[in-house]
Design a binder for this molecule. Structure first.
Ligand code: ADP
Length: 481
């Protein structure tokens, strides 16, 4: 397959100005699949200049025309979805069916935001005197930049880009160094759809701080949208302070998954499977802590293990494979450390617990794992595992489990299962999470405001609130009437 590997700068494909490249590796095989341009600070500065030059015209382009380009991009994505999903799967490791799902979901954001572009409007507010009028106007923030992670190489960009384009903002994308290929394909699709030069640019790089420093230093970059670790989110928020950029941060999570004794166990097991093993557990909304009422914990553990046992671990491009490799060696080392620590502290492994030898060259495969008797002292309880491990903690009563579920600096997503209506309302209100699933752990929806509280971030992505991140509200006070 032929795919772009150069920078996408002001509508053109370019090598890095010093010719540097970095390798992209298929985590399933260890094979180098591409050498991608490694942008220099000068390249990124050139992108900022091009974005500034393109900004006013893009902002002035009528919403319907911006939407038409976005809809054209949607059609191109749809025509190429299998091929793009295959590339995504190769650079990132998720099974092909999940890669297709990621592409469809991501493209859904472009489609939804294209429609929302037509509905961005201000308001009139009754004034206090007859001689005045109060009008609000919604205007694009201006040039924006985004920095995205490797776990959803396409979705994470499309969700930000869709909102930015709908609002009339230009955007420079700095994709994750492990997965730059999907980002470049996105640029190609929008270029083919007729997006003007400079509106979308892609700075692939193996040196994120260098790219980010250019964004931070330039006051004309008005917004920065980031998805990734809380640690890096804090660095960016501090960096943005000097030029007072708008920050949108979608950071780490440590999702609780609470099962009350009255829950529908068939539904619970189905949802647990989906939210734990999607992307091999490498998502910020993956259930990390299964709090299960002590009367049903053994049953839940057995049933989950029975389902996990049916799954096929292997090369994500092979038919029937459910679980691919983790993204890199460091990810496996962390998962292994969490499992070893749990065992040392008295947990029981019901299923899994080790790497799997799939016969592939890469050794990055980990068995779907179920652990019983987890407790709050374990690493599993305190840190994101980011792997296919389901630790089960038991609890006795509602107050206790809400307190333990909230005992985290993170507050991205949380899930709970009960058939008691009053408890459902009480717990939903008390969980300190930006996104809560009630009898539901598949919370992805383009029209919903996804985001976190506490140290999981600032701002929302998706839906009308997602567009707000890219807009300023101007208050126009009219007098002398
Ligand atoms: P993850 O643990 O998901 O890799 P990171 O926060 O390390 O999360 O990475 C997410 C994105 O942030 C990637 O694109 C990465 O290159 C970028 N990144 C990492 N460190 C920095 C930094 N110091 N400044 C700006 N971006 C960074």
């Amino acid at each position: 397959m032929d795919f772009p590997t150069q920078l996408f700068l002001n509508g053109e494909w370019k090598d890095a100005s010093n010719g540097a490249t970095f390798d992209v590796v298929d985590p399933a095989t260890g094979e180098v699949i591409a050498q991608v341009a490694d942008a220099t600070a000068d390249d990124v500065r050139a992108m900022v200049e091009a974005a500034v030059a393109a900004q006013d015209e893009w902002a002035a382009t009528p919403a319907v025309e911006r939407a038409a380009i976005m809809h054209r991009a949607v059609r191109i994505f749809e025509d190429r979805i299998e091929e793009l999903a295959r590339l995504l799967s190769r650079e990132q490791g998720k099974p092909l069916a999940q890669a297709v799902g990621e592409m469809q979901y991501g493209v859904g954001f472009i489609d939804w935001f294209a429609e929302e572009a037509r509905r961005i409007h201000g308001s009139t507010i009754p004034a206090t005197t007859r001689a005045k009028r109060i009008i609000t106007i919604r205007q694009p923030l201006g040039v924006t930049a985004c920095i995205t992670p490797w776990n959803f190489p396409s979705l994470q960009i499309l969700r930000k880009l869709g909102a930015a384009l709908a609002a009339g903002c230009t955007m420079i994308v700095k994709p994750a160094e492990l997965t730059p290929l999907s980002a470049l394909e996105i640029a190609r699709v929008f270029d083919d759809a007729g997006l003007p030069p400079g509106v979308l640019q892609v700075a692939t790089s193996n040196d994120a701080p260098t790219v980010s420093a250019v964004f931070m230093a330039d006051a004309r970059v008005r917004g920065i949208s980031f998805t990734g670790s809380t640690e890096v989110g804090k660095i960016l928020m501090r960096g943005a302070a000097d030029t007072m950029k708008r920050v949108s941060l979608e950071l780490g999570g440590h999702a609780p998954f609470i099962v009350f004794a009255d829950a529908d166990m068939d539904l619970v097991v189905r949802e647990a499977m989906a939210v734990k093993l999607r992307n091999m557990g490498q998502t910020c909304v993956s259930a990390n802590r299964f709090f299960v009422h002590e009367d049903v914990a053994e049953e839940f553990g057995d049933r989950l293990a029975t389902e996990f046992r049916k799954l096929i671990v292997g090369n994500p491009l092979d038919d029937g494979v459910d679980v691919g490799p983790l993204v890199e060696e460091a990810a496996l080392v962390k998962v292994e450390a969490h499992v070893a620590d749990a065992l040392e502290h008295g947990a029981r492994v019901v299923l899994g617990g080790s790497r799997v030898d799939t016969g592939a060259d890469s050794r990055l495969f980990f068995e779907p794992t179920v652990i019983l008797d987890a407790d709050d002292s374990m690493l599993l309880a305190r840190e994101e595992t980011f792997g296919p491990v389901a630790p089960i903690f038991t609890f006795r009563d509602e107050d206790e489990v809400v307190r333990r579920a909230n005992a985290s600096d993170y507050g991205l997503a949380g899930y709970f299962f009960t058939r008691d209506l009053n408890r459902a309302i009480r717990v939903a209100e008390r969980l300190e999470y930006g996104t809560v699933g009630l009898n539901d752990a598949q919370i992805s929806a383009v029209q919903a405001p996804f985001g976190g509280v506490k140290q999981s971030g600032i701002g929302r992505e998706g839906g009308p609130l997602g567009v707000d991140e890219y807009l300023d509200t101007k208050y126009l006070s009219v007098g002398g009437l």
